[in-house]
Design a protein around this ligand. Structure first.
Ligand SMILES: C[S@@+](CC[C@H](N)C(=O)[O-])C[C@H]1O[C@@H](n2cnc3c(N)ncnc32)[C@H](O)[C@@H]1O
Length: 192
């Protein structure tokens, strides 16, 4: 059972990206899904035999993730405060979860991820494409929220990933749909 959030099975290109990531990092070491939300992708990767765990800033998300996927490990943590050992991970995901980070904070988080990857380990991210900072004040119908989505131009985000010390290996541009604006998936590798 899933909440429908993050259900990559509904989108062949997102599914293909995550499958490629899974095939690439299999056997390289633990995988961390940062900003895992309700754990849909975490559980998908676990089903594919990866040693994966998820973290999310939101205790409610983690509560849901644990309820929906009791077989997986989840913890409440912010991407900005993760205590990750150097070269301890085979893979790290920032799957549609890094666009809320302030623009000047994202480079530090990418550097943290790069350091935590083993040489040959991979990072994958998906994000919204654009120039603007979109402020949202309601979600899920009429629940009041306050969050900002920092959209990125593909070349800007790829530059940041390179500056963090990772080598991009694939970029997938997703055109706007009826439901969302344009998107971008980038996979990158720690050299070595
Ligand atoms: C759009 S959801 C995506 C969830 C999941 N990755 C997926 O694709 O189904 C974004 C998630 O990022 C989390 N998030 C936002 N900022 C975060 C941060 N600084 N650290 C960890 N998680 C964060 C939110 O709580 C939310 O669950």
């Amino acid at each position: 059972m899933t909440t429908g959030v993050g259900d990559i099975r509904r989108d062949p290109w997102l599914k293909a990206s995550i499958d490629a990531f899974a095939d690439t990092v299999r056997g390289l070491g633990p995988v961390l899904d940062v900003g895992c939300g309700p754990g849909t992708v975490t559980a998908y990767l676990a089903e594919r035999g990866l040693d994966v765990s998820g973290v999310d800033l939101s205790p409610r998300m983690i509560e849901n993730a644990r309820r929906l996927h009791p077989e997986c490990r989840f913890a409440v943590a912010s991407a900005t405060e993760l205590d990750l050992g150097e070269a301890s991970l085979g893979g790290v995901l920032g799957w549609w979860s890094l666009f809320n980070l302030p623009r000047d904070v994202l480079p530090q988080v990418l550097a943290l991820f790069a350091r935590a990857l083993k040489p040959g380990g991979h990072f994958i991210t998906g994000t919204h494409v654009g120039d603007e900072d979109a402020v949202r004040t309601e979600a899920y119908g009429d629940v009041p929220v306050r969050w900002t989505t920092h959209k990125w131009r593909p070349e800007q985000l790829v530059n940041l990933i390179e500056q963090a010390g990772l080598n991009p290996v694939a970029e997938l541009r997703l055109p706007p749909t009826e439901y969302s604006g344009p998107g971008l998936v980038v996979m990158a590798k720690r050299p070595g």
